[in-house]
Write a protein that binds this ligand. Structure first.
Ligand SMILES: Cc1cc2nc3c(=O)[nH]c(=O)nc-3n(C[C@H](O)[C@H](O)[C@H](O)COP(=O)(O)OP(=O)(O)OC[C@H]3O[C@@H](n4cnc5c(N)ncnc54)[C@H](O)[C@@H]3O)c2cc1C
Length: 428
């Protein structure tokens, strides 16, 4: 049971959602204790060492997508600017590189079919029902690649309604990176939490939340116990079943199985030179993104910044297939993909390599994947998880955000703020 006037909150997880909830509650005069399993704040915002790559590289979130009002407002507060994405996108197909976005084949027909769809269904089923013919094979490939590669989603589960929103509203807002990286945003939120008196405990992995007589106790794996009036869980969805919860909260948490959660492998390769800028007959000096059908299909540069770094991206069910590979094996897969795309010798690429990093988020013990996506049952599950029920355990985080930007930092910030507002509005 939540007491009439809860004054002290324990927040599990110091990612964007946890820190945002904490800042809002602490600013409103509440006592806040944040428990974070890692030795750092930020969660899936993960800045890698600047000295290794020459700039603040991102092991996790990197781009600000679309309008992102909460992110941009926080950036303004923190006096952080956006470096817009520039440059040319390239496609690698059948051994040839060509500039520009390849248009979605049969786009008109696809949009008509999406617009008239009355009942949601998984996107794979939608494609099978409406675009089964041989002439649509390229369309099926394009949509499947987008769903897997961008949403990190399994097409046999991903909601067609949510893909429709994504396709129809593409291109809204300027895309970019935060100058100084997402880490600067986390540093700002952390400093705000401290300013308003919240305490942050690192290396504090919570294994259980007990609720008794209008109090909760968060039990850490090391044996430390933190008591408060209520607990807010902001851990990634796959971690929820691993935290023992009071019966009512456990029942609620079970609905999270209806929210999709996909994986990403991110590979960062720093070379001695920007060799791709002058690649035989093709001059890719302003290369931004490159799409291919190699094992690691998507690559990008830091353009307009000139760092000789290529970032590889393997997402969705395909990322699960490399679960057993260690960092150096993943780097090797990345190099092999580049050799294939650019028709360049693997030995030469190895010789040019200065430093590398590869992160399989599915193997991260405090993430177990990259980010959430909507299935046909997700909106219902989100409502159930967010509904205040008089209990003292709340849920927050990117996966609970019901807007279009699910799975993003924006979603985490918006969810964190919504959770704090709900709590403050209910119990003044
Ligand atoms: C590779 C990758 C690329 C991405 N790219 C982008 C991008 O370009 N743009 C974008 O907007 N978003 C991107 N995202 C998504 C974005 O990073 C997340 O949506 C967002 O950071 C999630 O924030 P959160 O606070 O909800 O969760 P998290 O950041 O995961 O925070 C939850 C915290 O809980 C902690 N925790 C877990 N278990 C426990 C426990 N038992 N006890 C205590 N603490 C615990 C975790 O360590 C973590 O710090 C990307 C994510 C990944 C992985």
């Amino acid at each position: 049971m939540l007491p009439r006037h809860p004054a002290h909150f324990v927040i599990v997880g110091a990612g964007a959602a946890g820190l945002m909830t904490a800042r809002e509650l602490a600013r409103a005069g509440k006592r806040v204790t944040i428990l974070e399993a890692r030795e750092r704040c930020g969660g899936r915002i993960y800045p890698l060492p600047t000295q290794e790559f020459g700039y603040p590289p991102e092991g996790g979130a990197e781009f600000v997508h679309g309008a992102a009002p909460f992110t941009r407002a926080l950036m303004r507060e923190a006096r952080l600017s956006l470096s817009p994405l520039e440059g040319t996108r390239w496609n690698a197909r059948r051994g040839a590189l060509s500039p520009g976005e390849s248009p979605t084949p049969h786009a008109g027909r696809l949009h008509r079919a999406l617009r008239t769809l009355k009942t949601d269904l998984p996107i794979a089923e939608f494609l099978k029902t409406h675009f089964a013919g041989r002439q649509y094979s390229e369309l099926r490939r394009t949509i499947t690649r987008m769903v897997e590669g961008y949403d990190a989603a399994d097409p046999s589960r991903a909601s067609t309604f949510s893909i429709r929103d994504e396709l129809m509203e593409r291109g809204n807002g300027q895309q970019g990176r935060i100058a100084g990286g997402y880490g600067a945003l986390i540093e700002y939120l952390e400093s705000e939490c401290h300013r308003y008196g919240a305490s942050i405990h690192l290396d504090a992995a919570v294994g259980a939340i007990d609720a008794r007589r209008e109090r909760v106790a968060a039990r850490c794996h090391g044996g430390t116990v933190f008591e408060a009036d209520a607990a807010i869980l902001t851990v990634p969805l796959p971690l929820l079943p691993e935290i023992a919860l009071p019966a009512a909260a456990r029942e609620k948490a079970a609905t999270s199985a209806d929210i999709g959660f996909g994986n990403v492998v991110k590979i960062l390769l720093r070379f001695a030179t920007k060799w791709w800028a002058d690649n035989g007959r093709r001059h890719l000096a302003d290369l931004s993104f490159l799409f291919s059908s190699a094992t690691v299909p998507t690559w990008w540069t830091q353009h307009p910044a000139g760092y000789p770094v290529l970032t590889g991206w393997l997402a969705g069910p395909k990322a699960d297939r490399v679960a057993r590979l260690d960092t150096s094996e993943l780097v090797e897969v990345g190099l092999t993909s580049l050799a294939e795309i650019f028709d360049r010798s693997l030995d030469r690429l190895r010789q040019d390599l200065v430093t590398s990093q590869a992160i399989n988020w599915g193997n991260d013990p405090f993430a177990r994947g990259a980010y959430s996506y909507a299935t046909t049952k997700t909106r219902e599950a989100q409502s159930a998880l967010k509904k205040p029920d008089g209990g003292a355990v709340f849920f927050s985080g990117e996966a609970l955000y019901a807007g279009r930007d699910m799975g993003t930092v924006e979603a985490a910030l918006a969810s964190g703020r919504e959770t704090a507002r709900t709590i403050l509005a209910a119990r003044p």
